[in-house]
Write a protein that binds this ligand. Structure first.
Ligand SMILES: Cc1cc2nc3c(=O)[nH]c(=O)nc-3n(C[C@H](O)[C@H](O)[C@H](O)COP(=O)(O)OP(=O)(O)OC[C@H]3O[C@@H](n4cnc5c(N)ncnc54)[C@H](O)[C@@H]3O)c2cc1C
Length: 443
């Protein structure tokens, strides 16, 4: 049934932000509109130029595209081209206080990709690859969206929302999609609309790009991401070295990461073993981006919907995968049901809440991982169980390895990881290895 909140022919949609969630929303909405034979006009406002190197062209992130997302995109007909993929990843190495473990993809296929979100690290010399965000934005444009490089700096909420930039009205929209992430001040505009929107709580992370040269990255890292599960520095949840082309991305997640934390981590034995001194002495492209810890309060209103990091995202992992899910849910609600607050409450909120609820399991999974990271006996037990599983991986299901794999890759929901962790046999193995470790320490 048609209402004033139906997207009619020639409806105008303004998408604020051309990161993954804004571009994916545009692609899905335009595909769905074609399916129901409706003409809609989408303008994506994105002020960054993703072809430029350094922070000005980049939505700062580790750049790991999960197996789950690669598959989901390919089903949608969005195949990430080789010109965008920096490396294919098939394994993880975990560095712990009690030794290292190597975990291969349970599927034994190279399906994780590493990418640059923008044009690469500042001052990049050999630029042979394209930006992931640029690729998605191009897909949206090919699907029929328009890209405007304007930065939106105001919204007036009347009968229909009006967007402004530089003091000028630029568009009256039937629907405004807030895909602005958590790394700009755009949230203030949405909080100021009086719709009850409140930005998620955030914390600061750290990213730096270390130039090592293609051969050196290949011989040191191969197709593995290296994870640091070490107790010091204490505010680090985990840190990863992610191989790209000529560079390795160091990404540190945790609470209030600062320069001191970064120095502490780079001086751990595992980091010193992987990174030559001349690399550490080099000048890095680095940043302290924010990431969401909670879900935004009130992610929609009449003619407004907020997606991606600015709305509801996954805790610490696979934020781009969460953008995919939220943008698809929002596009489905808008195209097939309508754009009123009620329509979004019925058809978008369930997906929004699913992510929020799954993050509760995520908090538990990380609390347990933290204990295994910090308590030496538990670390040793975990390392030994995983090593045995990897030796026998063709004969039996490597349960703990697969849980760690899915936790670090973001390949599974936290709920499924939690449920897999209720296996009694696995706990018996861990208990046995803990007892052996205790015995070794005390004898
Ligand atoms: C340290 C770190 C590492 C991460 N690593 C990974 C990883 O390896 N894999 C993964 O899947 N996720 C990772 N993430 C999460 C991932 O970066 C986010 O989940 C993802 O970028 C969210 O996409 P988005 O489109 O919602 O927001 P963003 O990517 O932040 O995009 C928002 C866009 O909106 C634009 N914008 C904002 N305001 C305006 C305005 N007023 N006018 C016009 N344009 C505007 C910005 O320029 C930007 O391009 C990581 C995050 C951090 C902080």
């Amino acid at each position: 049934m048609k209402s004033e909140y139906t997207l009619n022919d020639n409806a105008r949609i303004a998408v604020i932000g051309g990161g993954p969630s804004g571009s994916l929303f545009s692609i899905f909405a335009l595909k769905m509109a074609k399916m129901i034979d409706r003409k809609i006009n989408i303008t994506v406002f994105e002020s960054k130029d993703f072809t430029r190197d350094g922070p000005v062209g980049c939505n700062r992130c580790g750049g790991v595209i999960s197996e789950h997302l690669i598959q989901a995109l390919s089903i949608e007909g969005i195949n990430i081209p080789t010109e965008v993929i920096q490396r294919s990843i098939n394994s993880y190495v975990l560095h712990t206080q009690r030794g290292d473990v190597f975990i291969e993809s349970p599927a034994a296929e190279k399906r994780i990709a590493t990418v640059y979100r923008g044009g690469g690290p500042k001052g990049i010399r050999i630029k042979e690859k394209q930006s992931f965000d640029g690729f998605l934005l191009n897909c949206a444009v090919e699907e029929g969206a328009s890209h405007s490089p304007l930065r939106i700096d105001g919204i007036r909420n009347g009968d229909k929302p009006v967007l402004t930039s530089g003091g000028n009205d630029v568009m009256e929209a039937d629907l405004v999609v807030g895909a602005f992430g958590v790394n700009s001040s755009t949230w203030k505009m949405f909080e100021g609309l009086g719709i009850g929107y409140k930005l998620p709580e955030t914390t600061s992370a750290f990213i730096t790009e270390l130039e090592m040269g293609f051969e050196s990255v290949s011989s040191t890292f191969g197709s593995s991401i290296h994870f640091f599960l070490v107790p010091e520095p204490g505010n680090v949840k985990f840190a990863a070295l992610i191989p790209k082309g000529n560079y390795v991305t160091l990404c540190i997640l945790g609470k209030d990461i600062d320069e001191k934390t970064v120095r502490g981590l780079l001086h751990t034995p595992a980091a010193r073993m992987l990174l030559p001194q001349d690399v550490l002495d080099g000048k890095f492209c680095k940043c302290f981006p924010k990431l969401p810890l909670t879900t935004a309060q009130v992610g929609f209103a009449d003619r407004i919907v907020i997606i991606g990091d600015a709305g509801s995202s996954r805790l610490f992992k696979d934020g781009i995968g969460a953008s995919y899910m939220m943008s698809k849910a929002a596009a489905t609600a808008a195209l097939f049901y309508g754009i009123s607050k009620q329509n979004f409450a019925e058809h978008y909120l369930p997906a929004y809440n699913r992510t929020r609820n799954d993050n509760r399991y995520g908090r538990f999974v990380y609390a347990v991982t933290n204990a295994y990271k910090n308590i030496g006996i538990l670390t040793e037990a975990m390392v030994n169980v995983v090593n045995k599983e990897q030796d026998r991986r063709n004969k039996e299901f490597p349960r703990l390895s697969s849980m760690l794999w899915d936790t670090f890759t973001g390949n599974e929901t936290y709920r499924n990881i939690f449920l897999r962790g209720t296996n009694i046999g696995m706990h018996k193995n861990l208990l046995l290895e803990s007892a052996k470790a205790l015995f070794r320490r005390s004898s």
